[in-house]
Design a protein around this ligand. Structure first.
Ligand code: COI
Length: 356
């Protein structure tokens, strides 16, 4: 029904860039497809969605998102199946999380079914941009920002919603080293940690840079009060296998992003009969288990990062090495399962894929 009623103006590019793409060597997030979808909010309503050639947007210098950070985004992926269908992975979860981020940031929601339909339309227009190489995908980036040209502090009355897509390769090309961060804080109780809002990422850059200087690819954030509990990593949620159980920090606090990949790993592992615990995890528990060789796997889970094996964990100047990636039964099995599912090469028993 919605499919027929949502009217989108379409202005296709006359100068496709697709022939200039090096499909064998796609970096993450630097190559952009031909089109973008733009929709504006004013006078209390969303209107006039338009698909047009991808390109720069002009902004008033006082655009309030630039000054005060009312800006939220999502990340999702589209893949092509062997028989040419295009699949999105659990887009309704992104639609829901986007609506929740908007609410927390005082931004106007987009109905979840409209969000999903808009994603489908832009992916459909640029379906030829979906890479065919294993592990590569079309990354979809929906985002919204406040556009009032006003520098007083208040929530904006006007907003722009945009979706663009990028053919992408892998985010991490090899297993990563992470440092458990005990000084800097990503999110505090009552803050915006659960929202996928731009400032969370901006604020993480300085601590991440300090970590990089020490040789770490990423940080594992701890809680902002005692730095005692594990929360998430900079680009993904974090999961461990300890004593054969899959454990991951629970989402009870409002400081952890509700990851679509993390949720999918939890659900499929439970479906396979693996014991999964979503609960508070202390740093001490992980360090003790590492010292006693009881941590058989550690990995990040995220849309961009997919399943990212953690090779080493740093804590208070010590470096703890995890078992070789090829020995990791749960994360390797989940990683292959999700990859196969996304390209339609196995049955979608959980009903997670949505055709475009
Ligand atoms: C995603 O995984 O989609 C994100 O938004 C994280 C970002 C590091 C690319």
């Amino acid at each position: 029904m919605l499919n027929e009623t949502l009217s989108i103006k379409i202005n296709k590019t006359q100068n496709s860039k697709i022939e200039s793409v090096d499909w064998e060597n796609l970096p993450f997030g630097k190559v952009f497809s031909d089109h973008m979808l733009v929709m504006d909010y004013k006078e209390g309503a969303w209107g006039n969605p338009e698909i047009k050639p991808f390109g720069p947007m002009s902004l008033h210098p006082a655009t309030s998102a630039i000054h005060y950070g009312q800006s939220v985004f999502e990340g999702m992926k589209a893949n092509r199946t062997g028989d040419g269908k295009v699949l999105l992975f659990r887009p309704e979860m992104n639609a829901k999380r986007f609506a929740e981020s908007c609410e927390r940031m005082c931004m106007p929601a987009i109905a979840e079914d409209v969000f999903t339909e808009l994603v489908k339309r832009i992916v459909d227009i640029d379906r030829n941009w979906i890479p065919n190489k294993e592990g590569y995908s079309l990354y979809v980036r929906p985002f919204m920002f406040a556009t009032d040209d006003f520098i007083g502090i208040k929530s904006s009355d006007t907003y722009t919603f945009v979706i663009f897509t990028c053919p992408v390769g892998v985010y991490y090309s090899s297993p990563i080293n992470v440092k458990i961060e005990e000084f800097y804080t990503r999110a505090s109780q009552g803050g915006v940690g659960r929202a996928k809002t731009a400032g969370n990422y901006g604020a993480s850059l300085y601590p991440a840079k300090k970590g990089n200087e020490e040789g770490f690819h990423q940080l594992i954030w701890t809680d902002g009060i005692e730095h005692k509990y594990i929360e998430e990593s900079g680009t993904m949620n974090v999961m461990f296998v300890v004593d054969g159980k899959l454990i991951t920090p629970s989402e009870d606090s409002d400081t952890i992003l509700k990851g679509v990949t993390k949720r999918s790993v939890v659900e499929i592992a439970q479906h396979w009969g693996i014991t999964v615990e979503e609960r508070k995890i202390t740093v001490d528990e992980i360090i003790t288990a590492l010292k006693e060789d009881r941590v058989s796997e550690a990995f990040g889970a995220g849309t961009a990062a997919t399943i990212a094996p953690i090779a080493k964990i740093g804590f208070r100047g010590e470096l703890y090495e995890l078992p070789a990636v090829k020995t990791r039964e749960i994360s390797n099995k989940v990683s292959s399962y999700l990859s196969d599912l996304k390209v339609g090469s196995i049955e979608d028993e959980m009903n997670w894929c949505v055709a475009v």
